[in-house]
Design a protein around this ligand. Structure first.
Ligand code: NAP
Ligand code: G4F
Length: 351
């Protein structure tokens, strides 16, 4: 039997790049779609594609494609016949979804349907992972949130992901597909997009230290999130598809912290008083906010033996160290040390 074949949509994103690295480390042949853009958008994958300027054979194959083009999705699936599909592509920014609601629905909701329908129509024997989200819980009705907590989406993004969640359940029940939802709470890393709040803060601190920026402008400091470390979460995506049963799981740390706590913790790590640098700007507030997210990941622990290693404070240190290094400053170093100690056999490149 040859190597297993995986197909990842959203491979150029934070999670997609870690997942590609993980699957390659396990001997998979990995395929992904990338969007044609006027600038290169493979920055998070370049270490897998090139040795310096030289292309390398790593088992990673990229195809042009888009979640709104079903002809292309059908063609790629027919061609590569993947054993596992990870649907991570999304317009994933909640605030932006209020500005491009229709596009967000096309990509995040109908895009998911396009792939599921391609699987059904072609009769492809494959397993399907859907990137569902804690944003589904929105205006929460239960603390902490678990697989059975009712959904109440609070943004066009969450409403689109709600459709995607249910179409996965429907295709599983109607057509017997191996298709499941990972309901993941926020997970971050040095590869997080620069306009998500954690990365905006840690990158802002590095810029302030390097005297390239005077202030950091943020929105709602009171919102609370359950923040974990992305490499640990992508490993769970894979575990879900190796599970004998086809079922949905919540993944998170079980701890919640406010944006203000993230700010305090990260500024104090580098010895700065955050009050001197952080200004609140109304342009970063959302028309409707999700106030409190906190996971109950006990099903994942009991059934698949998953529990996260990286705590909130450690995540802050890992991200601040990486952003300091990225801008040419000597990192404080505690974050790097934590990674070395907790993941001696880590499979991802530490940024
Ligand atoms: P991300 O960094 O924003 O990556 C999104 C990916 O989707 C990128 O590769 C992007 O391509 C691609 N994409 C966007 N629109 C597309 C389109 N029309 N056609 C094809 N590809 C498209 O997101 P992430 O943090 O890795 O998250 C991965 C998935 O998990 C997303 O579905 C997100 O909604 C979901 N999720 C994330 C979290 C989290 O905390 N990170 C939590 C729960 C769920 P470009 O590089 O070309 O933009
Ligand atoms: O970092 P955020 O933009 O992430 P958000 O909205 O929680 O969404 C992320 O996690 C979801 C899982 O729960 C994913 F499904 C989704 O794709 C994405 O990855 O904002 C976090 C909090 C919000 O309450 C926001 O209002 O931070 C608050 N915030 C305060 N100032 C800010 C800012 N958010 C951003 N992006 N930028 C700010 O300046």
């Amino acid at each position: 039997m040859g190597n297993k074949v995986a197909f990842i949509t959203g491979i150029t994103g934070q999670d997609g790049s870690y997942l590609a690295e993980f699957l390659l480390s396990r001997g998979y042949e990995v395929h992904g779609i990338i969007r044609r853009a006027s600038t290169f958008n493979t920055g998070r994958l370049d270490h897998l594609l090139f040795d310096g300027q030289q292309e390398k054979e790593s088992g990673l194959y990229l195809h042009y494609g888009d979640m709104i083009d079903s002809s292309n999705l059908n063609r790629v699936l027919e061609e590569i016949k993947p054993d596992e599909i990870y649907n991570l592509a999304a317009q994933s920014h909640v605030k932006v979804s209020f500005e491009v609601p229709e596009y967000t629905a096309e990509v995040d909701a109908v895009g998911t349907l396009r792939i599921l329908d391609a699987i059904k129509e072609t009769g492809l024997k494959t397993k399907f992972y859907q990137a569902s989200t804690s944003e589904l819980f929105g205006k929460i009705t239960e603390v902490p949130q678990k697989e059975t907590t009712p959904f109440y989406p609070r943004s066009p993004y969450a409403a689109a992901k709600l459709y995607a969640y249910w179409i996965v359940v429907n295709y599983r029940e109607a057509y017997n597909l191996f298709a499941c939802n990972g309901i993941l709470f926020n997970h971050e890393s040095p590869r997080r997009g620069e306009n998500f709040v954690t990365r905006k803060i840690t990158r802002g601190i590095a810029h302030i230290l390097a005297k390239k920026q005077d202030y950091l402008y943020l929105g709602n400091l009171e919102a609370k999130r359950d923040w974990g470390y992305a490499p640990e979460y992508v490993e769970f995506m894979w575990k879900m598809l190796q599970n004998c049963d086809v079922e949905d799981f919540v993944i998170g740390t079980g701890e919640t912290h406010s944006v203000k706590e993230f700010v305090e913790e990260s500024f104090s790590y580098v010895g700065l008083d955050w009050k001197k640098y952080v200004k609140v700007n109304s342009r970063y507030f959302r028309p409707t906010e999700v106030d409190l997210l906190i996971a109950d990941p006990s099903k994942a622990k009991e059934r698949l033996g998953w529990s996260p290693k990286i705590t909130f404070k450690e995540l802050v240190k890992i991200m601040v160290d990486a952003d300091m290094r990225a801008i040419g400053l000597e990192p404080i170093g505690e974050g790097d040390e934590i990674l070395k100690q907790k993941f001696p056999d880590q499979w991802w490149r530490i940024d």
